[in-house]
Design a protein around this ligand. Sequence first.
Ligand SMILES: C[S@@+](CC[C@H](N)C(=O)[O-])C[C@H]1O[C@@H](n2cnc3c(N)ncnc32)[C@H](O)[C@@H]1O
Ligand code: SF4
Ligand code: SF4
Length: 324
Amino acid sequence: MKPYLTLSLTDVCNMRCRYCPPAGETYHTTHAIFSPEKVLGVCQAAVDLGIRKIRLSGGEPSLYPHLQQVVEGAFQLGLEVHMNTNGLLLAHHLDWLEQVPGVTIKVSLDACTPEVLRQVSGSSRLDDILTGLRLGAQKGLIQRINFVLTRLNADQLPGILALCWELGVGLKIFDMFPVPETTAAWQELYLPADFLPLEGKPLPPNRYTAHFGTPTRELLVDGVHVRVKTCLDGTRYHPSCAACPFFPCPEGLYCLMVTPSLTVIPCRLGEHLFRRCETFEQVKEAIQAGMSLYAESHFAQFYRGELKPIPVSIAACPAEVVGC
Ligand SMILES: C[S@@+](CC[C@H](N)C(=O)[O-])C[C@H]1O[C@@H](n2cnc3c(N)ncnc32)[C@H](O)[C@@H]1O
Ligand code: SF4
Ligand code: SF4
């Protein structure tokens, strides 16, 4: 099995989530522009190496000016295209997105009330997100909602679960991972996702997370496929991680990333593994080296704190918000 490739299209975002480092997944931003030619050159390198799936991220990919061109181009190259978005502008992109076969969208949504959304993300435009979600779900484009659990939004989970049920989409619950830029927020807001008293029917393990990054738990909860990822479950590392100042980091080796400056990044924090490239041939070599690291990775559980479950009642669904 091969890791997929994340392309951080832009460092620009129209939200300011409390847990998210500046520029999101566009690490060490140089304010380089990810031209569509660069994006598709990286995609071709990935295809040449047998990679079949890319994930578009950022910043907010819906703000990337050449989004349609790169999604259509990646599809032409034979890639399965996944995109993470905060959903604020999703409704404006749906007409062309539905014309591209196999596009899959994951919408990050941490609240089902405008006030809590504002506290977590700085934006209270819940209606815009719900419009995009509902239209996107009707078109069969939305795979799931991504929900980052914090002390600010734990009580929103029942409403989010009911929304997923209404839309017929899945839910992934993450705990916050700390990076140096967000350590203070992490200390203030962290809640461990596996301490949620979520009960449901266990489902088979996810194939990808059984091989890379943090293993997830899969459950059917009130008719919704819920995936729970918690850093406390440990993750996968390479033997050379022992020399890394961040070992044992919470995310480990989960997916290879490429930034607008053509830097290939096998993990979020291990700068000694980052490879800045000038040519697509170098990108290809760096992706191949990253794939070898992944192939040699091993699992380690690094931490389990004495934390108490938090009370979340699924029965407390704010029905008027989610229309169920
Ligand atoms: C950085 S965002 C970029 C794409 C898009 N702006 C979005 O929010 O979906 C990609 C994903 O990373 C998640 N994320 C960002 N910082 C995180 C953190 N500290 N812990 C856990 N997830 C985080 C977000 O919730 C989102 O699902
Ligand atoms: S919307 Fe995405 S990129 Fe923007 S701040 Fe939130 S998690 Fe980060
Ligand atoms: S940050 Fe990267 S190199 Fe460092 S321990 Fe984590 S996976 Fe290994």
